[in-house]
Design a protein around this ligand. Structure first.
Ligand code: UT7
Length: 337
């Protein structure tokens, strides 16, 4: 039992859902930009450390070994989050895994993770909102807990994007990496998640997608990631600003109340642009894109866990989490940690 959590009486509707533990995991194989330069050179493509750092802020990314799936990365992150929360798998009554790189077409990676954890019997499902996936999953778990449908949720973002990268496309393959992050979210009378705001606009499906699908025993269409980077970039800064303002307004707070901005880690320039619009100093922005690359749904919980474990994020602080990505999807979660 986590001594910090104030759990309401069974039967009473909790006022809040609160993060009681965080965890994350990166696969051990780390590729620097110099490694990517070598990998692309083998294919006759040119890139450079300077280009990647200047345009994105990325210096390294991690790739999972062959045979290691999203559920394997998720398992490490989930165990770490449970330990931090002082919980065991038996306490978990809801598992949501945000992923766009599931182990199988079905069943869900959440069911596979549940079995690996030994949390069998609880509700478990995947949530697909690409790079906004974790923010979406946190909002869904918050709503389920406050509606009385769960009391102790494991919310995970886990990705093996290396499996869907086109290593003949230098405009995308240098950007992404693999990893997983997790939180334990529990019913509580103490704040908690303060406000959430989710959006999607399906007219932008084509600017960031993996267009292939499985049919008749074959993969039809291209099963590798396609992105119109500049189009995504332009949309991202605007929608992240509006989602941030929406959660602040819903909670009756202002930018000045935010202790830490933890945005989706895709590009340092998008994060700088978002912070600037919110008039937040850059030292209030958690940045892990340099070492992780873009890990899609795993990026926000990876950054959150890094910030918690380094001691930057402290109990009682106000955190603004933001996601943006394929769909087009975007959203924000404002919370008291
Ligand atoms: O996770 C979901 C959200 N995703 C994102 O937020 C990604 C958003 N987009 C971005 O981060 C940026 O648009 C990129 C990093 C993808 C690209 O940066 P950019 O400043 O928009 O560059 P660009 O696409 O306009 O390309 C500029 C130049 C081009 O050459 P020319 O046409 O100007 O001669 C590209 O061919 O950079 C070239 N280029 C590269 N050069 C070296 C593209 N990729 C590379 C590369 N190495 N890897």
């Amino acid at each position: 039992m986590n001594p910090q959590a104030s759990v309401p009486n069974p039967g009473s509707a909790p006022r809040y859902a609160r993060i009681t533990g965080t965890g994350s995991h990166l696969p051990p194989r780390r590729l620097s930009n110099a490694d990517m330069v070598g990998l692309l050179a083998e294919r006759g493509l040119e890139t450079s450390d300077e280009w990647i750092v200047e345009r994105t802020g990325i210096r390294a990314r991690h790739f999972a070994a062959d045979g290691v799936h999203a559920s394997d990365l998720a398992l490490h992150a989930a165990r770490a989050a449970l330990e931090a929360a002082g919980r065991s798998a038996a306490d978990v009554d809801l598992i949501i895994v945000a992923t766009s790189t599931p182990d199988m077409v079905f069943p869900s990676t959440a069911c596979i993770l549940q079995n690996k954890l030994g949390a069998n019997g609880c509700a478990a499902f995947d949530l697909q909102a690409v790079c906004s996936g974790f923010v979406y999953a946190l909002a869904v778990a918050d709503a389920m807990i406050r509606a009385g449908g769960a009391r102790c949720a494991l919310v995970v973002g886990a990705e093996v994007f290396s499996r869907i990268l086109d290593f003949n496309d230098r405009t995308t393959c240098v950007l992404f990496g693999d990893g997983a992050g997790a939180v334990v979210l529990e019913a509580s009378d103490e704040p908690g998640i303060l406000a959430t705001d989710l959006h999607a606009d399906g007219k932008h499906v084509g600017i960031l997608c993996v267009p292939g699908h499985v049919a008749g025993g074959q993969v039809l269409g291209d099963p590798l990631l396609k992105m119109d980077g500049p189009a995504v970039f332009k949309l991202a800064v605007g929608v992240l600003d509006s989602a941030a303002r929406a959660v602040l307004a819903k909670a009756g707070l202002t930018e000045a109340d935010v202790d830490w901005l933890i945005p989706h880690q895709a590009n340092i320039r998008i994060m700088q642009g978002t912070a600037k619009k919110l008039k937040l100093s850059l030292d209030k922005v958690i940045v892990t894109v340099d070492e992780h690359g873009n890990t899609s749904a795993a990026s926000v919980p990876l950054a959150l866990d890094a910030a918690v474990r380094s001691g930057r994020v402290q109990r009682g602080q106000t955190l603004l989490l933001e996601g943006v990505g394929g769909g087009f999807t975007w959203g924000a979660v404002l919370l008291r940690y």
